[in-house]
Design a binder for this molecule. Sequence first.
Ligand SMILES: Cc1cc2nc3c(=O)[nH]c(=O)nc-3n(C[C@H](O)[C@H](O)[C@H](O)COP(=O)(O)OP(=O)(O)OC[C@H]3O[C@@H](n4cnc5c(N)ncnc54)[C@H](O)[C@@H]3O)c2cc1C
Length: 407
Amino acid sequence: MVMANAADIKGPVARGSRGAAMAYDAIVVGGGIIGATHAYYLARRGLSVALLDKGAVGGGTTAHNFSWVNASCKTANVPYHRLNALGVSMYEGLAQQFGAAPIGLNPIGSLGIARVGEATTYAAMRKQAADLRALDYPACWLDHAALQPLEPGLSLPDDAEALWSPSDKVLDARTFARFMAQQVRALGGEVFEHCAALELLADDGGCVTGVRSDQGEMRTSRVVVASGPDTPEVLSALTGYDGFAARFPVAKVPGVLVTTPPLPGHPVRHLNYTDDGGEFHFLPDFNGGLRIASDVTDGQIIEDRSPAHLRALAVGLLERMQEYLPDFGGAALVDDCQIAVGIRAYPDDGFSIAGALPGAQGLFVIATHSGVTLAPALGDLMAAAVAQGRAPEMLAPFGLDRLAGFG
Ligand SMILES: Cc1cc2nc3c(=O)[nH]c(=O)nc-3n(C[C@H](O)[C@H](O)[C@H](O)COP(=O)(O)OP(=O)(O)OC[C@H]3O[C@@H](n4cnc5c(N)ncnc54)[C@H](O)[C@@H]3O)c2cc1C
């Protein structure tokens, strides 16, 4: 059931600036897909919630990513795979509840393409398929004859085969975050856009008592920081401890995304990825065109994000795309493409951080890569942790206490 237009979120007037501070069971700082989804699950548990974003809900990294909901490329660490697989399956439940289109979900599956003649990458993709089967994640190996009908319009080498992960999906994360925020309001919570959290309020014993924001003071005994790549700086500002900005174990890792203009009738049906000739991935975008990216180009923008360099990288990606779609226009499309840079919040060991901040009473943090996939799983599990004061078993490997300086 769609309860309201997800685009129609307005922060209430800053009642805090008029007098009595507002009071909530929990305040979530950051209205990206992680914070908005977490706020939704808190509200579903009956907590009164305020969700704050210094800008627009869904306007951070949530607006610039590759949109891939998957556990298919996360096989090396079993708890992390399970967390991602939970996210994938929770989207199926949310699509049943609200409909796929209103939440921005496109359940198209993924194809991991590998050429038999490329021994190393082929063996790696076969291993990934075997690992996924061992983990009970839906995965199926396709020989060339089975692959080509799934992507009849793609030009594929004769020795191309693929790992098909039919439960992988594509999500317009910004639409989803805004939909979640709308549900927060529908459940009685409040969403404050263009409202920065500035300072944590605490009593003499160090227990959280509220947040000072630029729209006034808000009272609460639980604050969850879900500020994406800004998490170290936000923790520093809120607590007044500079060490967070300097040493919090989350790096900012950029990535470049090229989105073509609408290409009516383009034939791409799945999210496709390959390691042959360097990592490369593309999908049918929500705008009717294609979104294209590569880990190789991501590595090339760490030093130089000038428009000229980004344009040159986009040309390279469009040329690579043309190998799969000879008639699509290639580099000639570059000036009509959107070239965006997104910033990953990347925990030092690559895995999510979700839990209480050791030593603080009532302060929690969620910081993760793969947040498009993980938002429902982390949002719900953390809601249990925040509401009950005890983290569910599945979150145990993802606490801050595993990382240097927090043990
Ligand atoms: C290039 C790229 C490709 C990616 N591809 C995928 C993918 O295919 N699949 C996948 O699962 N994940 C992917 N990701 C990762 C995913 O996009 C992120 O993990 C996710 O968007 C993070 O959401 P978030 O809510 O944590 O952060 P954000 O979306 O950045 O939200 C944080 C919010 O906090 C707000 N904020 C900051 N400071 C304050 C403050 N003081 N007060 C109030 N609000 C504040 C910001 O305004 C922002 O809106 C990709 C990321 C990148 C960069």
